[in-house]
Design a protein around this ligand. Structure first.
Ligand code: HEM
Length: 152
């Protein structure tokens, strides 16, 4: 179960990043060129939030199956000083949760805006901040906190 979850969670990161980057690109282009907020833009907004929610579900399930998190919970005092344990048990999970909340708020706010320009601008701002957080919290092979492979 744990191996399946971690493989999906690893792979899903690429869908989260690709959809966010596409949504930010469309929002930037639409805002700058004063374009119409098309059906395609709306679909991209919707799917970006949905993909992030799927990753959230996998991440939360993984959290309760992870041997790292289990060890951290059981040996809190000792494990707190070990960077990888603190990273996954507290930092990664909290930052990702915040990032997905930002995507959710941004998506909902953008949907409710009355002008196309405001829709693009709202999506651009909220999704960009979220992308920054996600990028910092991913355990890239070059990350100073914890290194995990690009694919499993
Ligand atoms: C946009 C959201 C997220 C992205 C892009 C993301 C990405 C990743 C990646 C790339 C890994 C390394 C996987 C591997 O070892 O191959 C990982 C590990 C992990 N993630 Fe996430 N994650 C996200 C959200 C979350 C959330 C919301 C939680 C929990 C509430 C979570 C919990 C974990 C845990 C516990 C591990 C480590 C499991 C272990 O090694 O035992 N993640 N995440």
């Amino acid at each position: 179960m744990y191996q399946i979850l971690i493989s999906y969670h690893n792979l899903m990161r690429w869908f989260v990043l690709a959809s966010l980057i596409l949504a930010i690109y469309r929002a930037y282009r639409g805002y700058v060129t004063k374009a119409i907020f098309s059906k395609m833009d709306n679909t991209i907004r919707h799917w970006t939030a949905t993909i992030a929610h799927i990753q959230l579900m996998i991440g939360m399930t993984l959290y309760f199956h992870s041997p790292i998190v289990k060890y951290f919970m059981q040996h809190f005092k000792e494990a707190f000083s070990r960077l990888e344990m603190t990273f996954f048990s507290l930092i990664h999970s909290t930052l990702m949760l915040v990032a997905i909340v930002l995507i959710t708020i941004g998506s909902a706010k953008s949907k409710r805006q009355t002008t196309d320009s405001e829709k693009f601008r709202t999506m651009l701002v909220w999704f960009s901040v979220s992308l920054l957080l996600i990028f910092m919290a991913i355990p890239w092979p070059f990350s100073p906190f914890s290194h995990r492979p690009y694919f499993r």
